[in-house]
Design a protein around this ligand. Sequence first.
Ligand code: NDP
Length: 240
Amino acid sequence: MTGVSDKTILITGASSGIGEATVRELAKEGARLFIGARRADRLKALAEELGDHVAWSELDVTRADAFEAFADAAAARFGRIDALVNNAGVMPLSLLAALKRDEWTRMIDVNIYGVLNGIAAVLPRFIAQKSGHVVNVASIGAHLVVPSAAVYCGTKYAVWAITEGLRQEHDDVRATIISPGVVATELGNDITDAEVAAGLRVWRQKSLTPDAIARAIRYALEQPEGVDVNEVIVRPTAAG
Ligand code: NDP
């Protein structure tokens, strides 16, 4: 199977940024999309704009039971599941010494457990049908650590390791890591430390737009069955 037009693809974090751009990119190619996030109003508007081949359901990726129900609903609507894009993520950056334990927990819950819950919701189906593709959105922060991003980067190193482990354990399930550099999105709007938030604004002076990452995700998904794109790293240039 080449291309995405005959595939059913689940996408988390579809209510903004990279997730929304990915929905638009794949919808253009005629894929059947089942999209999730917590902000139902945004999902509904996006699905209505794009047409019948895009269906939505509210989803909190930190809840394993909700993710199972999300995958069941997608399979009931479209008949099968070919791929999952685990894109949902949060980035409330802070210095470790600030001891923002609640924010550490939220990052670990969404960025790590969210990805594991997604894998758990689709892997038994993928094993049974002897094919499937999990695309996990990690980060350049899965390769390097900067001050204020210790926990965030820790979660993304974990996403990298989990994806690589999935690839090693299954010959007929594809596993792709997408590692974006800085992208102009809503990510980090919830940073509570003013100095760290100011630092993010400086990084964002050189940034990608979300469609650059959406194209990388499409590239991985449209490969023929025998091709597994293991990782794509995308960073902005000065022209970004
Ligand atoms: P956005 O903040 O625009 O999007 C994040 C998405 O995650 C939203 O749709 C949000 O939806 C969703 N989300 C957050 N928490 C939950 C939850 N508990 N359950 C379900 N969905 C949730 O940021 P980006 O588009 O930038 O982020 C997408 C991914 O890209 C993240 O994994 C991020 O770490 C990664 N990334 C981003 C980079 C950047 O510079 N922007 C760089 C490297 C990686 P809602 O609030 O409606 O639930």
